[in-house]
Design a protein around this ligand. Structure first.
Ligand code: GBH
Length: 444
């Protein structure tokens, strides 16, 4: 019989790290306490964000962090993944907020897991060329050192970057996210400079005493639209751009065939050493859904709210036969097992222990049975990957609470906790209670 969400979850290994995730720009508000970021500028451009929304207030988390930490504690997770806003750290006293947040987490028995970059580049760094400039990688490493010097006495687990692939693709190739550049393949330097930033920051973190460093890479299986060679080739190229362009340099120290020559800078081989050697103690994966890709189409196409220009060498197709979330993304838990076993098969001993750093779904409503089914299905799929020998060490839900969902504004709700943006009232959803009970059962 099919497992239903009323059956207890299988037992996860001892020491498994349970957590919830957020990101600075999506929850903090308090714009006056920081410098502007690329997302502030992007949101101010008409037509960029649904309903013209901005993250000026968002979840007002900077003022309400104690209440939010209490929600994390009461959920019973071990860890809270948040991101540090680089433009806040650049403001006078900006690190004080993270100092207080980390103190509060420690006082409540929750392990802090900061991400140093979740897409909110300081606008001044963008104006100096942003991720198209090599120098941004060095600036990032200097910023990482500043944060580690201040928080490193209480923070032991670090994440350098969130989803460099999405930031390259959506932010710099397709222009759907800040900074809104539409460079298509000319966006490749953005990938290289982010990877270099990871490598340099890992060195800076180690110099400050850190020894538990990860990255949060987006990954998803790519399914070819058909067995026709044109579809299979296009799907393979999409898979390279979304997945292997980032994991191969980190885990194998090389770019997929043909891509190294497209990267900027004099000595890509030397950079690949900085990127790959001793920079990862664990590997974070953000997984949402598989993607179906095929041969290019003759015309520009809308896909899941994103415009894909005809000149791209691939097109994306709907995956039929599965339920979809409010975002239209298909719910395919078994693709998480497929993803993890295929990463293990590709990278073997080069793949460090894995943590799922994001997994979740957009649904409306407080009685969010669909979210319970999504999480339940994905946790069972994760457990199957562990049974198949993948060294899985943790799982973080995206997200603790509803928040500013980038180009979708406030119209997509990913939270275990509902946020009423008019009053900032937090209300735990049914999924919050389900996860709390599931975690109690794990520990009983
Ligand atoms: C993550 O990125 C972000 O880290 C987080 O900030 C964000 O809030 C969260 O996800 C939810 O969006 O067009 O059907 O092929 C998003 C990762 C990977 C999700 C690509 C959408 C494409 C869907 N994205 N995926 S589809």
């Amino acid at each position: 019989a099919m497992a239903s969400s009323t059956d207890p979850l299988p037992q996860f290994p001892p020491g498994f790290l349970w957590g919830v995730s957020t990101a600075a720009h999506q929850i903090e508000g308090a714009v006056q306490g920081r410098l502007p970021s690329v997302w502030d500028a992007f949101s101010a451009e008409p037509g960029r964000i649904r309903d013209g929304a901005t993250a000026e207030v968002a979840c007002d988390h900077v003022a309400r962090y104690r209440e939010d930490v209490a929600l994390v504690r009461d959920l019973g997770v071990d860890a809270y993944r948040f991101s540090v806003s680089w433009p806040r750290v650049l403001a006078p006293g900006g690190l004080d907020f993270y100092d207080r947040l980390v103190d509060e987490l420690c006082a409540q028995g929750v392990r802090p897991v900061p991400t140093l970059f979740h897409w909110d580049l300081p606008l001044a760094v963008e104006e100096a060329g942003g991720w198209l400039e090599r120098d941004t990688a060095s600036r990032f490493a200097a910023y990482a050192a500043t944060v580690a010097e201040r928080l490193g006495d209480r923070v032991t687990k670090w994440i350098t970057l969130n989803e460099p692939a999405e930031h390259t693709l959506l932010g710099h190739a397709l222009g759907e996210h800040a900074p809104g550049r539409k460079l298509l393949f000319d966006a490749l330097p953005v990938a290289h400079h982010q990877l270099l930033a990871h490598g340099l920051a890992a060195g800076a973190l180690r110099a400050a005493g850190a020894d538990d460093i990860g990255i949060a890479n987006s990954h998803g299986p790519t399914w070819p639209a058909s067995a026709e060679p044109a579809d299979a080739e296009a799907a393979d190229l999409y898979d390279i751009i979304l997945n292997r362009l980032f994991s191969d340099p980190l885990l194998l120290g090389r770019y997929p065939d043909g891509f190294g020559d497209l990267m900027p800078g004099g000595d890509v081989e030397a950079d690949l050493k900085v990127i790959s050697e001793g920079t990862l103690d664990w590997y974070g994966i953000n997984y949402y859904q598989p993607t179906k890709a095929g041969a290019p189409r003759a015309e520009d196409a809308e896909f899941s709210g994103v415009t894909l220009p005809a000149e791209l060498p691939f097109s994306l197709r709907r995956i039929e036969g599965y339920p979809v979330t409010d975002f239209g993304w298909p719910v395919v838990p078994e693709a998480l097992t497929e993803l993890l076993t295929s990463l293990r098969d590709r990278y073997g001993d080069r793949l460090p222990p894995v943590v799922i750093t994001e997994n979740g779904c957009a649904y409306e409503g407080l009685d969010d049975q669909e979210r319970i089914a999504y999480l339940d299905g994905h946790l069972r799929a994760l457990h199957r990957a562990w049974e198949a020998g993948v060294d899985v060490r943790g799982y973080f839900v995206w997200s603790l609470m509803d928040n500013f969902e980038w180009a979708e504004g406030y119209t997509k709700r990913f939270g275990l906790v509902h946020v009423d943006y008019a009053t900032q009232a937090r209300t735990p959803k049914a999924s919050y209670g389900w996860l709390r009970d599931a975690l109690r059962a794990q520990r009983a």
